[in-house]
Design a protein around this ligand. Structure first.
Ligand code: ADP
Length: 415
């Protein structure tokens, strides 16, 4: 089955075409046939496409909206006469899987898209005003272009965290705000946390109920998740992705009263404060240099830049604190798992996060850790460590494709 996986942002479209079905899933033999990114949708768009076994192709085209972008993918990437090398192998699209940011309390797992689901995703717009509208545009456009005969599935970034208990998801504000407005912790990156937990379980050949780990998705956005008996019981992002860890441009946890104080001192509006928290804070805000962890590490090493070091230190310290908190919340965990651009590629950041955790039994093996710096999967702790640490590259698109196959074919969730 050829599954088109779509991840629509406000002006971007990420896509993959994955060849998968029940047999391929069972054999762990799914194949990515093509992937790409379309940026600056709405003006002169930049398109990057990689077809399996062929060179990466870059081009530009004026793409008005997400419909035009998906149409482009269907015409140029899927169509056999596109002229792009390797394309002939792809052929028709059998199903579409959409990444959807927010499913609220309504969507607790992946679902086949129909009018009712579209209404439900629309209702969640007020919870995710930046993301859900773009996801919806993608869903509508794909239905228009491919027809309702091609099944489509929504995979929600929040769904994996639907198992959190009330004590983890409620904030300490008057309960009525939860009842009336559904203000609570939802958590995000659910597909990534779920994927690496699945890979961990397969790697160790254990049952889902035996998965007791802390997963750390450290990319531009970053979140930690406490997974007990295979279920998310707590996560660091909250009502929005702004909460928790320090991120590339997001502040993460902050005393909410700072906002009132700042609005008074600086005359900042709510919109300006929100912009500050999401776009001008985090690694960028502390360092004053860049939001890119790689560049910060270079600045620190080459120029001993004090604020670059501070930004890195705050980032690592905050992750370490969440690890400690989740150890207590879960009454201990068997392993921690690093993933995301930083978690997968930076031995130095992993090392600094784990400083002092040897007292808990998590002893990093310097040699194993340094070997893992470019998408490898493996352990980074010593053989005698009582708490193990792994690097497991995430692959949200693959999980979306597999969920799509599962939902469309009525297959049960793997045990
Ligand atoms: P997103 O959350 O947008 O998907 P990624 O998971 O791609 O982001 O992570 C991007 C981050 O990973 C950037 O801050 C980048 O600097 C960082 N990163 C990638 N490679 C390395 C590396 N070798 N060392 C340190 N940081 C890295």
């Amino acid at each position: 089955m050829h599954v088109l996986v779509l991840n629509c942002g406000s002006a971007t479209l990420k896509f993959q075409i994955i060849d998968t079905d029940a047999a391929r899933i069972a054999a762990d033999d799914d194949r990515c046939l093509a992937k790409g990114l379309i940026e600056r949708i709405g003006s002169h768009s930049l398109i990057t496409i990689t077809v399996a076994g062929a060179q990466r192709v870059r081009m530009d085209a004026p793409l008005r909206d997400h419909r035009a972008a998906i149409d482009f993918v269907l015409r140029w990437v899927v169509a056999p006469d596109s002229g792009i090398e390797g394309i002939q192998a792809i052929g028709d699209i059998d199903a579409v899987g959409h990444r959807v940011a927010h499913g609220g309390e309504r969507f607790q797992e992946s679902v086949r898209i129909d009018e009712k689901v579209i209404d439900g995703v629309e209702e969640c717009i007020e919870l995710a005003p930046l993301h859900n509208p773009a996801n919806l545009r993608g869903i509508r456009a794909a239905r228009e272009l491919l027809g309702t005969g091609v099944p489509q599935v929504a995979v929600f970034d929040t769904a994996f965290h639907a198992t959190m208990p009330e004590q983890a998801y409620l904030y300490g504000i008057p309960y009525q705000h939860y009842r009336r407005h559904k203000i609570r912790r939802y958590g995000f990156h659910g597909t990534s946390h779920r994927y690496v937990a699945f890979r961990y379980r397969r790697m160790l050949e254990i049952e889902r109920d035996d998965v007791n780990i802390i997963t750390l998705h450290l990319g531009n956005g970053a979140s930690a998740c406490a997974i007990q008996s295979g279920k998310s019981i707590d996560t660091s992002m909250g009502f929005t992705p702004q909460a928790g860890l320090l991120m590339s441009t997001r502040a993460g946890d902050i005393d909410a009263s700072v906002l009132e104080y700042l609005s008074h001192k600086e005359g900042m509006s709510l919109a300006e404060l929100d912009q500050m928290l999401n776009k001008n804070s985090g690694l960028l805000g502390i360092s004053g240099l860049t939001d890119d962890m790689r560049e910060l590490l270079e600045e620190e090493a080459e120029n001993q830049d004090r604020r670059a070091r501070l930004a890195i230190d705050i980032f690592c310290y905050r992750v370490r604190k969440y690890i400690g908190a989740y150890f207590a919340a879960m009454s201990g965990a068997d392993a921690i798992v690093f993933t995301g651009g930083i978690g997968e590629n930076s031995p130095e950041i992993r090392r600094r996060i784990c400083v002092g955790l040897d007292r808990l039994g998590l002893i990093v093996d310097a040699e194993r850790n340094s070997r893992m710096s470019g998408g490898e999967l493996g352990e980074i702790t010593t053989d005698d460590a009582s708490i193990r640490a792994f690097v497991i590259p995430t692959n949200e698109e693959l999980l979306i494709a597999r969920d799509t196959v599962r939902v469309v074919s009525g297959l049960p969730r793997p045990r």
